[in-house]
Ligand binder design. Structure first.
Ligand SMILES: [Zn+2]
Length: 280
């Protein structure tokens, strides 16, 4: 298949303060008092995708959809697909089964209220469907979700044993297609590649080589960015050291590096992927 393989580009549409596991100034009860940056930064992403003729899949936080329905409409009008990124952006295993279902339903309602047709794709905040929360796949299927993109083949957030390619998982409510993010072997570790701080740490050339290697195996690479990564002047807050690294490391030049990656490979929406037949 080589370089014609269609890869997948995704955006987790959230505010800069939607950081899992922190309280204090960034606790949920303070969100409405924090400066909003999501309109401006998402419109930057839309411009870049438009310039590169890329249609993408946006996973939208329900809380954001409620406050910015016109932004959601702009995303849809540009031809992008929309999925849910939860309502209050909390990890699946922190919510637990009941609160996860409530949060999922609330997010799907928020997206419908913003004018979207029923949403059938989902990504959990911080890749939080893992061995601590596999029940979430059953819940997703029961609530009408057919595509999940929450399981990272990485240590800590996911597991190295998870497949690196799109595959079908069986749940008690039917099959669900799992679409994992691109990772690569580097420095004897498995690293995120071409998304999040993986894109910030690697040159576009290295990212494109990793994409090409996956494409040569006939598989799509799945990339992910966040609007706040496009913020040239993000509000600064005190975060624990590791989170500070994940959130602020090398944001300068992010747009240019991403633009080079988008130019060097073919990307589309999750819905544009070749049919998935691999089953776990
Ligand atoms: Zn998120």
């Amino acid at each position: 298949m080589g370089s014609d393989t269609r890869n997948v580009f995704t955006v987790d549409l959230e505010e800069w303060f939607h950081v899992c596991g922190v309280g204090g100034a960034l606790a949920g009860e303070n969100w409405d008092r924090l400066p909003t940056r999501v309109e401006e930064t998402t419109r930057d992403i839309l411009d870049l995708l438009d310039r590169r003729h890329v249609k993408a899949t946006f996973f939208v936080v329900g809380w954001v959809a409620e406050r910015h329905p016109r932004l959601i409409e702009a995303v849809r009008a540009a031809g992008h697909d929309i999925g849910s990124h939860g309502y209050i952006h909390r990890r699946a295993y922190d919510l637990g089964p009941e609160a996860f279902r409530d949060d999922l339903r609330r997010s799907l309602r928020a997206l419908t209220a913003a004018g979207l047709p029923p949403v059938t794709m989902f990504r959990a905040p911080e890749w939080s469907i893992n061995d601590r929360s596999l029940w979430a796949l059953d819940t997703l299927a029961e609530e009408g979700v057919t595509v999940d993109a929450s399981m990272a083949p990485l240590r800590i957030v996911g597991a190295l044993t998870y497949p690196r390619y799109p595959h079908i998982r069986h749940t008690r409510a039917g099959p669900i297609t799992e679409v994992p993010p691109l990772v690569a072997d580097r420095f004897r570790h498995v690293m995120p590649m071409g998304w999040g701080w993986g894109l910030r740490m690697s040159s576009p050339k290295r990212v494109l080589r990793a994409i090409d290697a996956v494409n040569r195996a006939g598989l799509p690479a799945v990339l992910t960015v966040h609007p706040w990564e496009f913020d040239t002047n993000p509000p600064r807050v005190r975060l624990p050291a590791t989170l500070h690294f994940a959130h602020y490391f090398r944001l300068g030049g992010f747009r240019e590096r991403l633009s080079a990656v988008l130019e060097g490979a073919a990307f589309g929406r999750i819905g544009d992927m070749a049919p998935v037949s691999a089953t776990l």
